[in-house]
Design a protein around this ligand. Structure first.
Ligand SMILES: [Mg+2]
Length: 219
């Protein structure tokens, strides 16, 4: 077993790609939004993809990246409504429920910590019914900084008391694990199968698991 659970009191978990299949998000932004945008402007999907992908990239690692209101405004589309059109793709990764049940049985503090916007969070919690597994659900939009910023973790600590030396973070972003490491969070787990439609891609830097089942004690 790669972690000793007696050393960990608090577990912070990312949502998209970590607990939930990133296939939904990738499909939504890379295929569905271009399709709707192209239809609205009487252009081909291929024509608009290049333009939209460049717009998306320009906001990487900022809160705008996940701000549905920002994108509704920028693109002139009702982004929350478009998400509902493909919400059948929202899916929980294998072993996640077992892992959350295990954490609860061991009385760990379990917190969902996501860059996702409030509107994305409510859609996903409604679809997956995962909400009751968490002591706290924190959107970076409420803290005013994305996880890509080291100062995020200090702001989080004001909201959720945790001892970084006894805390685990599960993420599918090496950048966010890097800022957490810089802040002093000790147990860092990278989820290498974030999108079920793509091959697993383990991190060269952080302990990687395909599913959280790998962190459960032998049964
Ligand atoms: Mg993620």
């Amino acid at each position: 077993m790669p972690v000793n659970w007696n050393d960990i009191d608090t577990v912070l978990l990312d949502m998209d790609g970590t607990l939930l299949d990133r296939h939904f998000d990738d499909h939504f932004w890379l295929e569905h939004v271009p399709k709707r945008y192209a239809a609205k402007h009487h252009l081909t999907v291929e024509e608009v993809k290049e333009k939209l992908y460049a717009m998306f990239r320009s906001q990487e690692k900022t809160l705008n990246w996940t701000d549905l209101d920002y994108w509704s405004h920028q693109l002139g589309l009702d982004i929350p409504m478009l998400k509902q059109e493909v919400d059948h793709l929202i899916a929980v990764h294998p072993d996640v429920i077992e892992f959350l049940d295990f954490l609860r049985s061991r009385q760990k503090g379990v917190h969902l910590v996501t860059n996702a916007h409030g509107k994305t969070l409510s859609l996903k919690m409604k679809k997956t019914r995962l909400g009751s597994y968490f002591d706290t659900i924190v959107s970076a939009h409420d803290l005013g900084l994305p996880k890509e910023d080291v100062a995020f973790w200090g702001r989080l600590q004001e909201k959720i008391p945790f001892d970084p030396s006894r805390t685990m973070l599960g993420e599918d972003s090496e950048t966010n694990l890097g800022t957490a490491a810089a802040y002093g969070i000790r147990y860092l787990i990278f989820v290498s199968s974030s999108n079920s439609q793509l091959p697993a891609a383990p991190s060269g830097q952080f302990l990687s698991v395909n599913t959280f089942g790998e962190l459960l004690p032998e049964r």
